[in-house]
Design a protein around this ligand. Structure first.
Ligand code: ZN
Length: 178
């Protein structure tokens, strides 16, 4: 069963989410939430989904950080609990990002190209991942959700906020002939 996704304007998207305690993490309810978020992410074909996006103000998100292979089934997302970015590259990159909470928009966001992220897994084990490129961008986007920050806040200018349907025009592709 997939969950309802909080859309831009819902206050939950603007709250700083609460840390997940050990007892909560081990609970059946929490595992159920993770399972339902996995199903939702699959259904929406997203790269990541943060708990506040399903109306749960908790510091947890799912993200696909494995390299995608053409034709292969989607790898399961990694569950990040109480994540922290503990290192970021000086080098930055800009890219257009979408968000399941406002699919209609794309926002050009500049972020560090590589990050090191520490988090707990579902069993409570401390883990760390060094990510580069798209996966690094996904975890930064999702971590922002835990702090109530959205891509539109990170746009350097409002010119960097567009309708998703017009991305071809932004990239200089001529409009389809009538
Ligand atoms: Zn998002």
């Amino acid at each position: 069963m997939s969950l309802q996704i909080a859309q831009l304007g819902q206050p939950v998207l603007r709250q700083v989410a609460a840390e997940v305690g050990a007892e909560e993490r081990a609970s059946a309810e929490f595992r159920q939430l993770v399972a339902e978020m996995e199903a939702t992410l699959r259904e929406e074909e997203g790269a990541g989904l943060a708990a506040p996006q399903v109306f749960q103000s908790k510091r947890m998100f799912l993200a696909r950080v494995e390299p995608l292979e053409e034709g292969a089934p989607l790898p399961p997302p990694v569950v990040f609990i109480n994540p922290r970015i503990v290192g970021a590259s000086v080098e930055q990159a800009a890219a257009w990002e979408g968000c399941l909470s406002f699919r209609e928009l794309l926002v050009k966001v500049t972020r560090p190209l590589a990050v090191r992220i520490e988090f707990l897994d579902l069993e409570g084990a401390a883990r760390a991942l060094d990510l580069h490129g798209f996966p690094a961008r996904v975890v930064q986007h999702e971590l922002d959700h835990l702090d109530g920050v959205l891509t539109i806040d990170r746009a350097q200018t409002t010119l960097h906020i567009i309708k998703a349907s017009e991305i071809a025009a932004v990239k200089g592709v001529p409009p389809p002939s009538p």
